[in-house]
Design a protein around this ligand. Structure first.
Ligand SMILES: NC(=O)c1ccc[n+]([C@@H]2O[C@H](COP(=O)([O-])OP(=O)(O)OC[C@H]3O[C@@H](n4cnc5c(N)ncnc54)[C@H](OP(=O)(O)O)[C@@H]3O)[C@@H](O)[C@H]2O)c1
Length: 263
């Protein structure tokens, strides 16, 4: 780029947009997934919305379409690989290529000391939060001949002790590891893989933590910003990681926690 004349700023490429891209978001019927899907649509992407319940997805899709966007709602259980494959088959039939994938749907069926978790709750957490992420990435990679970008929603609970949410924390640590390994394995094919690790975000998933002063303080008391987040505050990072503005970023975990883990 030639040097700018004195007193002027160099021209900057405006790359933080998703024009002409198709992005599939899991867990898009509410919370962080809905916020990411809406932000992707505002940035110019057509969005494929997935979660188990069709009615919740239909509402979000209608609202996105009402604002001039393109949205395709498809019900699928992320713990069931056959449903994940069918989801991608329909999305590819509709749009040709899916350029971006946001793995966001997760579960946390047990809250309590780790030693007390039942086998079924343990298996369920692994099934959705880890195997589910792997199933969608496998389906995404099959059709991503020209490359693409994957964003895995992890958690700060995968980066440090997760009292009372231990197995959930194990899966989120696994998501960070999976992100790094798949960045290494898929990078030569032009697929970037990154993660976002949110702190406490006000959603149905985290309502018990947000509403309880003591539990909420576990996240907010050490955070320089001294508060929890709203779902929209996680979405901007996802748009960046899906966009060409992050074309040299892969294997990274973007922490969005109000500074909690930095202190
Ligand atoms: N909220 C927080 O404080 C926080 C902090 C760190 C990380 N996170 C992570 O952020 C992500 C989103 O959480 P959230 O707080 O936004 O939760 P949420 O508001 O409860 O939304 C969860 C979404 O996932 C879908 N879902 C759940 N199980 C599914 C399954 N088996 N298959 C397909 N879809 C499924 C739900 O829709 P259906 O019920 O229709 O399936 C819903 O759309 C998760 O990965 C979570 O671990 C959240």
């Amino acid at each position: 780029m030639p040097a700018a004349p004195p007193g002027t700023l160099p021209a900057m490429p405006s790359d933080i947009n998703l024009k002409d891209k198709v992005v599939l978001v899991t867990g898009a019927s509410r919370g962080i997934g809905e916020a990411i899907a809406r932000a992707c649509s505002k940035a110019g992407a057509a969005v494929v919305l997935a979660s188990r319940r069709q009615d919740g997805l239909d509402e979000v899709a209608a609202s996105i379409k009402g604002e001039g966007g393109t949205a395709l709602p498809i019900a699928a259980h992320m713990g069931h690989p056959d449903e994940v494959d069918a989801l991608f088959e329909r999305a590819v039939a509709e749009f040709g290529t899916i350029h971006g994938l946001v793995n966001n749907a997760a579960t946390n069926p047990y809250f309590g000391p780790m030693l007390g978790i039942s086998d079924s709750a343990f298996d369920k957490t692994i099934e959705v939060n880890l195997k589910g992420y792997l199933s969608t990435i496998r389906a995404f990679a099959r059709q991503a001949e020209a490359g693409g970008s994957i964003v895995n929603i992890a958690s700060v609970l995968g980066m440090r002790a997760a009292p009372l949410q231990g197995v959930y924390g194990i899966t989120k640590a696994g998501v960070i590891s999976l992100t790094q390994t798949l960045a290494a394995e898929l990078g030569p094919g032009g697929v970037r893989v990154n993660a976002i690790a949110p702190g406490l975000v006000e959603t149905r998933f985290a309502q018990t933590l947000v509403d309880d002063d003591e539990l909420r303080a576990m996240f907010t008391s050490r955070a320089p910003l001294q508060r929890h987040a709203q779902p929209d505050e996680i979405a901007g990072g996802a748009v960046y990681l899906l966009s060409d503005a992050s074309s040299y970023v892969t294997g990274h975990t973007l922490v969005a926690d109000g500074g909690m883990t930095a202190t």
